[in-house]
Design a protein around this ligand. Structure first.
Ligand SMILES: Nc1nc2c(c(=O)[nH]1)N(C=O)[C@@H](CNc1ccc(C(=O)N[C@@H](CCC(=O)O)C(=O)O)cc1)CN2
Ligand SMILES: Nc1ncnc2c1ncn2[C@@H]1O[C@H](COP(=O)(O)OP(=O)(O)OP(=O)(O)O)[C@@H](O)[C@H]1O
Length: 229
């Protein structure tokens, strides 16, 4: 029991570390404007994203202060930056692999769907349509992805809906069109989910991940991940 708890804690530390790195490593002008993250589902035994979601939502609050030295090579002083991070989470629209990523600002924006996965309502409390990441003016630079299994070459086995593959392709096209840097595709995995090479089947529509975050650290796969994580 204690061992399991310790592993989870270590996992979360690694995860928070990797994500903070990803968001703050670069100079401020370029630092992350937002991310898309899945809302983990216990029955699907996915890596829990609730803490990281809570942290990101806290950061989105105006006036959040970052006390940095590790991330700012030139000074030890407190950086009173106002970091507003946009957080987009999935909403399944239909069974034809159509999923949107909608912006939320609080956990209260979420309701459980028929699959018992939390999702944002399309309309917020003020009766406004939530921002769809495909229509946002700012890019996201991190996509946190779920999956059943992965390998060290970046293959990802999803749950067969094609939701993520379709979304990833559309966002890739959007970023190319807008001349935005492609976001890092980062999957969160328990070590048992990481399989040997050539076990996971890949189809031409499958989009590989840039990195895996595990309890034992980050596995950077693409050159972009090696630069950024
Ligand atoms: N947390 C989370 N949210 C997500 C996904 C996900 O994988 N995880 N999705 C990623 O696409 C989309 C939803 N797709 C899903 C597809 C299948 C199942 C599911 O429950 N599958 C069962 C089998 C169901 C059946 O065959 O009747 C299973 O895998 O055990 C859940 C979500 C969008 N949101
Ligand atoms: N870019 C795409 N355009 C059209 N159809 C697609 C695309 N990507 C996947 N699909 C279709 O979606 C279905 C499921 O694909 P696949 O088995 O790769 O999903 P998955 O990766 O397991 O699920 P997910 O992406 O939601 O995690 C397949 O019929 C596939 O042809």
């Amino acid at each position: 029991m204690f061992g399991a708890a310790a592993t989870v804690e270590k996992f979360e530390l690694e995860l928070a570390d990797a994500l903070l790195d990803c968001m703050f490593k670069r100079d401020n002008s370029e630092s992350s404007k937002g991310l898309c993250a899945y809302l983990s589902c216990e029955t699907l035994r996915e890596v829990d994203t609730s803490r990281i979601i809570a942290e990101v939502l806290k950061m989105s609050d105006a006036g959040y202060k970052v006390y940095t030295c590790a991330y700012c090579p030139f000074s030890n002083q407190e950086l009173d930056m106002q970091i507003k991070k946009s957080l987009y989470v999935p909403r399944v629209e239909d069974k034809n692999s159509h999923m949107r990523m909608l912006k939320i600002s609080t956990i209260n924006d979420l309701v459980a769907n028929s699959m018992n996965i939390l999702e944002p309502s399309p309309i917020d409390a003020a009766q406004n349509a939530r921002e769809d990441v495909m229509l946002a003016n700012q890019p996201v630079d991190l996509l946190l992805l779920p999956g059943l299994a992965f390998d060290r070459q970046g293959r990802r086995l999803g749950r067969g809906g094609g939701y993520y593959d379709v979304f990833l392709k559309k966002y890739e096209e959007l970023a190319n069109l807008r001349k935005w840097k492609q976001p890092l595709r980062v999957a969160l995995a328990y070590s048992v989910q990481i399989l040997e090479e050539n076990v996971i089947p890949m189809s031409p529509t499958d989009i590989p991940v840039d990195a895996l975050v595990t309890a034992n650290g980050v596995i950077a796969i693409s050159s972009s991940a090696r630069e950024r994580l």
